[in-house]
Design a binder for this molecule. Structure first.
Ligand code: FES
Ligand SMILES: [Fe+2]
Length: 415
């Protein structure tokens, strides 16, 4: 990616956002979002089937799988999944489901396996998922072993981040990421490591949580002493991408930008080679369906929203930075993660009450404004994946935003 050209374009967009007095010419009215989408059990079942089983989802980092047989199990999509490095060094994904009667082939959350032996009747699979051993083989009459290998899922890596997708026909991860992958190419992702981690269970639908991180309209009100001191939401420059992804670059207040001689910098390495725009703004991205990240020059959290059921969400946030080299840097990251708790606490405050409101019928639909259009974009993609014909008309979102996407070809021309 031509980072300077990208930054110039974003700066121009921020200037436009500051100057405008209304949404830009031709921007469509957004139809109110029906709140049944957050509570209806049938809608949730459609999401399970068409989104969580067909999207690329972050399951971890490549360095968690060191050496052959290194594995991790993953349950957050609803299905029991297993990610394992084969004898050939390739990272693969499978359902953690023995093809005899469905017991798991590994029970541990992670570890190193020499082979995968089901703990029910000891069917055995090699590290590539092939069935290689069946006890009392003589007692099966028509068993075709070649049809009883572990069922594969897709597993691909982008800059060290491991994603899986249950849909074998899904487009490749890199293509699905599209312009986001181009723009993140400057982050040195493969050199980063997880340096902190948090999780909280919140009683709300996953989209109530996800929506809350897609706009800065709320910043002045719920983050008056934290984010609002850093960011000037009036200049937020947004980009909508194919596949439901989006970007929002929010400028910092002039006085919040660190300048040489302007106080101590953190005792920690910054990611090398970033355009100054990264220090002057908060570039935040959303990867459909459930990952958002506010980038920073020293590292950043990936915040993921995992539905437990229609009204419960596990929010997990993992910080990535260059590996700390000493105690001072370790201690810095601890403080950084703790200070982020404060902001997350502010963001979480309204989630459960909002869910109770929509569940009570006290709010029938949600009117979104121009600043909140990334939320609308996410909901449009939800409907595209489910297929509007499967969704009762009263719960559908009217497609409006596609003419306002930043197209893939524009991005490609710049890259
Ligand atoms: S269920 Fe795995 S061996 Fe029987
Ligand atoms: Fe917030």
């Amino acid at each position: 990616m031509d980072q300077a050209a990208w930054a110039t374009r974003i700066r121009a967009q921020m200037a436009f956002e500051f100057a405008r007095e209304a949404p830009p010419e031709g921007f469509p009215g957004l139809a109110p979002i029906p709140t049944g989408r957050y509570t209806d059990p049938a809608f949730y079942a459609l999401e399970r089937e068409h989104i969580w089983r067909k999207s690329w989802l972050l399951v971890g980092r490549e360095e968690e799988f060191e050496g052959r047989g290194s594995f991790k199990t993953f349950q957050r999509t609803g299905a029991p999944l297993l990610i394992i490095r084969g004898s050939d060094g390739v990272l693969r994904g499978f359902f953690n489901t023995c093809q005899h009667r469905g017991a798991p082939v590994v029970r541990e959350a992670c570890g190193i396996a020499r082979r995968l032996q089901c703990q029910y009747h000891s069917w055995t699979y090699d590290l590539e998922g092939e069935l290689v051993g069946v006890p009392d083989r003589r007692d099966f009459t028509d068993l075709d072993e070649s049809q009883r290998n572990l069922k594969p899922i897709r597993c691909e890596v982008y800059e060290g981040w491991v994603f899986v997708n249950e849909d074998l026909d899904a487009q490749p991860l890199r293509a699905w990421l599209g312009p986001v992958a181009d723009e993140w190419s400057v982050l040195h992702g493969s050199e980063l490591r997880a340096v902190g981690r948090r999780q909280e269970r919140v009683p709300c639908n996953w989209k109530i949580a996800a929506d809350a991180f897609l706009e800065t309209y709320h910043v002045k009100t719920i983050h008056p002493h934290s984010v609002a001191k850093l960011l000037d939401h009036r200049g937020a420059a947004m980009g909508l991408f194919a596949n439901g992804h989006s970007r929002m670059v929010t400028p910092k207040w002039e006085e919040a930008v660190w300048k040489p001689g302007g106080g101590a910098k953190p005792p920690i390495e910054e990611i090398e080679g970033l355009d100054p725009l990264f220090a002057e703004t908060n570039p935040a991205y959303s990867l459909f369906p459930n990952l958002i990240t506010p980038l920073d020059t020293i590292g950043f959290p990936f915040i993921c929203f995992w539905p437990v059921d229609a009204e419960t969400t596990d929010i997990e946030w993992i910080f990535y930075g260059l590996p700390p080299r000493n105690d001072e840097q370790e201690a810095f990251w601890q403080r950084y993660v703790e200070s982020f708790d404060l902001v997350m606490g502010e963001d979480f405050m309204n989630l459960a009450p909002m869910h109770r409101s929509v569940a009570s019928g006290a709010l029938e639909s949600i009117p979104l404004n121009y600043q909140e259009r990334r939320i609308y974009h996410l909901h449009e993609e939800v409907d595209r994946l489910i297929g509007p014909e499967r969704i009762p008309e009263a719960l559908r979102v009217v497609p409006r935003l596609e003419p306002f996407w930043e197209t893939r070809s524009e991005q490609g021309a710049e890259a």
